[in-house]
Ligand binder design. Structure first.
Ligand code: NI
Length: 190
């Protein structure tokens, strides 16, 4: 098992736009190994997702998985998803404020307004084409990861007055956020 170092805010690679991969590049053994290492690194860090910029290889690949996540226990499950050359398109104008964190932005959380419903088009690790609708917190996770591939961090989009350390989030904001987002998740069915 290989756990890769995760770049932290201030590293210039986090600010690059990752480039698309060709079919040949995706099939290459080194790319497939990189995908395995990204999955192992995400799981080791208890992240909900990880994008290539965060491990210093700006190709358009991200991974996501949520299964009783200890950083985000209120997030609905996401089966392991490898998304290559993803394109996100909002389905309507509805937004929801989601409290986010990021493995590349240590000890900071904040509220980001995300689209509630998005269409995500991507290739899986075998080059298969997918075109899926994501909603609610899961849509937020996909928007966060595709932002990474465009060199954007959640704190760029966060309302600065909502920024908090993880300890102060737990102490003062967690209960209200979880109550609001749980009601929201029940309403949108995500
Ligand atoms: Ni992140």
């Amino acid at each position: 098992m290989t756990v890769l170092p995760i770049l932290e805010i201030g590293h210039p690679t986090l600010r690059e736009r990752a480039r698309e991969l060709t079919a040949e590049e995706l099939a290459a053994p080194e790319t497939q190994r990189l995908i395995d290492e990204m999955i192992e690194t995400m799981r080791d860090a208890a992240g909900a997702g990880l994008a290539t910029n965060q491990i210093g290889r700006p190709l358009r690949i991200a991974v996501a998985e949520v299964d009783h996540n200890r950083r985000y226990p209120y997030k609905p499950p996401i089966p392991l998803t490898v998304f290559v050359n993803p394109v996100i398109e909002p389905l309507d104008d509805e937004l929801v404020a989601i409290n986010e964190g990021c493995l590349s932005v240590p000890d900071l959380r904040g509220e980001v307004r995300r689209h509630v419903s998005v269409r995500v088009s991507y290739l899986d690790r075998d080059g298969g084409e997918h075109d899926e609708v994501k909603r609610g917190l899961t849509a937020g996770t996909f928007q966060h990861e595709v932002d990474h591939l465009d060199g954007v961090l959640f704190c760029d989009r966060a309302d600065p007055r909502t920024l908090a350390t993880w300890e102060q989030f737990e102490r003062f904001h967690r209960d209200a956020f979880v109550e609001r987002i749980t009601e929201f998740a029940e309403r949108v069915g995500s």
